[in-house]
Design a protein around this ligand. Structure first.
Ligand SMILES: NC(=O)c1ccc[n+]([C@@H]2O[C@H](COP(=O)([O-])OP(=O)(O)OC[C@H]3O[C@@H](n4cnc5c(N)ncnc54)[C@H](OP(=O)(O)O)[C@@H]3O)[C@@H](O)[C@H]2O)c1
Length: 357
């Protein structure tokens, strides 16, 4: 039996769902894969909870009762004193601060699995240094959920590259939350603010929905894919058409934004009314490998097209390659949501576990 010790940072919507999925899958994984998953440490931004063996189904009440303030060194030292083998840190925060811990964690013997897109979209020097450290310390980093939540987009892109195929272009609706918002807004009479609030309560949007509406979230996904393809672009080189009106363009606090979100209703209603019946609005990402242009934009698309027919929170990625030149390889399915994202993280943990002795 192989034992994997998982340390989870971020016990919000995605992190909580992951802990519950691990607890539910534990016996099946032991029986069918010979892998024992233990979660001896869970933490939010201020507090940590240590449990010698693994957190149980009562982890939420245990966390409330027994968690203590911490610094990252406390977690590293705790794990060292326990002599745990096969250490995997799972980052289910959306935090730029937490990413600063990646290098010390790798150097202290931890592998990484991350839902947080920040590390892969910081300056290219950091990106390169992170990979050099992973090689030097023989550690693995899995981040499939950075693009398309549980969809195997990064894996398929790498399979194509490893097979010697040349990828020319990737185009699609990259964001499950923006897909849900425009699919619902285009097909109902609901106000834009109402649809946005539903997307947020379903767990589709980023913790701060301005990250979705500003195009920053799609831009990060484009950049992550671009870098998989060997581009050395930076986030500020992605051309973005933001959907945030000037008066709400990031100078507002999140609280102010949430209380003024109805200001989005009129402009989007006007835009929708201006479209012919056979067209719908879609917020798309486009990555041209040859010109190195990465672009996020709002377009009107034929209702009957692949992008126009999207439903629910589905994302779609059209990958144009030398082999798939005429008809692109298409990956489509739920591109946001807590259950699929947590499943994607668990799948990354299993893939990583299979690489360990
Ligand atoms: N929802 C989706 O469909 C989806 C899909 C793919 C990827 N993701 C990614 O999943 C991540 C989590 O999203 P979420 O919706 O679960 O967020 P969330 O509900 O806001 O939870 C974030 C968690 O991270 C913790 N945290 C923040 N800063 C931290 C730090 N410096 N150190 C340790 N913990 C910290 C928060 O603790 P406090 O409560 O103390 O602040 C909270 O427990 C994000 O990166 C998101 O982009 C989500």
């Amino acid at each position: 039996m192989k034992t994997i010790h998982i340390i989870i940072f971020g016990i919000g919507k995605v992190g909580s769902t992951l802990i519950n999925q691990i607890n539910q899958s534990r016996n099946r994984l032991k029986q069918h894969q010979g892998i024992s998953l233990k979660i001896p440490v869970i933490a939010n931004s201020r507090l940590v909870f240590f449990r010698d063996e693994t957190v149980s189904n009562s982890w939420e009440t245990d966390f409330e009762a027994f968690s203590v303030p911490y610094k990252i060194e406390d977690v590293i030292n705790y794990v060292k004193t326990k002599n745990y083998e096969n250490l995997v840190v799972v980052d289910t925060t959306a935090s730029q601060d937490f990413v600063k811990n990646y290098l010390p964690l790798i150097q202290s013997g931890f592998h990484l699995v991350s839902a947080n897109k920040i590390a892969n979209t910081l300056h290219f020097d950091f990106y390169k240094n992170l990979r050099q450290n992973l090689t030097k310390y023989n550690k693995h980093f899995h981040y499939e959920t950075n693009v398309g939540a549980g969809l195997p987009v990064i894996e398929i892109v790498n399979n194509l590259l490893n097979s010697g195929d040349k990828i020319y272009k990737i185009r699609g609706v990259f964001s499950g939350s923006m897909s849900y918002i425009f699919n619902t807004f285009s097909n109902t009479d609901e106000l834009f603010s109402k649809v946005l609030s539903k997307a947020s309560s379903l767990g589709f949007t980023e913790p701060d929905a301005r990250e979705d509406l500003s195009g920053a979230d799609v831009a990060r996904k484009l950049l992550i894919l671009g870098r998989e393809l060997g581009l050395t672009s930076e986030l500020d080189q992605v051309k973005i058409e933001s959907l945030l009106p000037k008066q709400l363009n990031g100078k507002t606090t999140l609280h102010q934004f949430n209380s003024r979100v109805k200001e989005l209703d009129q402009p989007f209603l006007k835009l929708k009314s201006s479209l012919p019946d056979n067209k719908v609005l879609r917020y798309v990402g486009e990555l041209d490998v040859l010109t190195e242009v990465l672009e996020v934009k709002l377009i009107s698309e034929e209702r009957q097209s692949v992008l126009g027919q999207l439903k629910g929170s589905d994302s779609v990625f059209e990958i144009y390659t030398e082999a798939y030149a005429e008809s692109p390889l298409v990956i489509q399915g739920a591109g946001a949501g807590l259950v699929v994202t947590a499943r994607g993280l668990l799948s990354d943990i299993i893939k990583l576990s299979n690489k360990l002795c």
